[in-house]
Design a protein around this ligand. Structure first.
Ligand code: MN
Length: 198
């Protein structure tokens, strides 16, 4: 069983950049749905294993990827946001950003453009690729398509309409601009530090 994470701040803590109404629906209903459906899928897989009936295995594996990735990305998303108190990449992470993207501004520009250009529903992600020993920016479609295997997400931005439409309508750029104000870099730095221990 996977569990919902507790929201690490009050529901109105991201105002005015991310409204309490959007956050409430996003966290209480949509994210909860991904956690529930991941657990339901795991339970169905357990039944399949115990009965030896793998007739629906293709569907179950697909559900595991979709719901499981949805649960994980939402957890990362809620955790890598926080009240608009300025935080910044650690010196070590900033060095990597400079090394792999040229500059922080170039990284920010690529992350913004990549997120804005996500086709339909998906995410913008800053990831660490262990096999390449470098940072990359990825888009993903839905929650699980277009990844690079072995990537570890450091910073993620939900580009599904449910994450911005209520507040920003169809203006993805304004939503992304607002997001830069509520990134909790302390969490991103912590994720980056964990990676270097591997
Ligand atoms: Mn979402």
């Amino acid at each position: 069983m996977i569990k919902k994470i507790d929201l690490p701040y009050p529901i109105n803590a991201l105002e005015p950049y991310y409204s309490a109404e959007t956050l409430s629906i996003h966290y209480n209903i949509l994210y909860a749905g991904y956690v529930d459906n991941t657990n339901k899928t795991e339970a169905k897989l357990q039944i399949a294993r115990s009965t030896g009936n793998f007739e629906n295995i293709k569907c179950l594996e697909k559900d595991l990827s979709f719901y499981g990735s949805g649960a994980i990305l939402h957890q990362l998303f809620f955790e890598n946001m926080g009240p608009a108190i300025p935080t910044s990449p650690s010196i070590e992470l900033m060095n990597r950003i400079n090394m792999d993207f040229g500059s922080y501004d170039t990284f920010k520009n690529q992350f913004t453009k990549a997120s804005k250009a996500v086709e339909a529903s998906g995410w913008g992600l800053l990831v660490w690729i262990n096999n390449f020993n470098k940072l990359e920016i990825l888009q993903c479609e839905k929650h699980q398509n277009l990844t690079l295997w072995g990537c570890t997400p450091l910073l993620v931005l939900d580009m599904w309409e449910h994450s911005y439409f209520l507040q920003y309508k169809a203006n993805r750029q304004n939503y992304i601009n607002a997001f830069w104000n509520i990134i909790n870099w302390n969490i991103v730095n912590k994720r980056f530090n964990t990676i270097k221990l591997l």
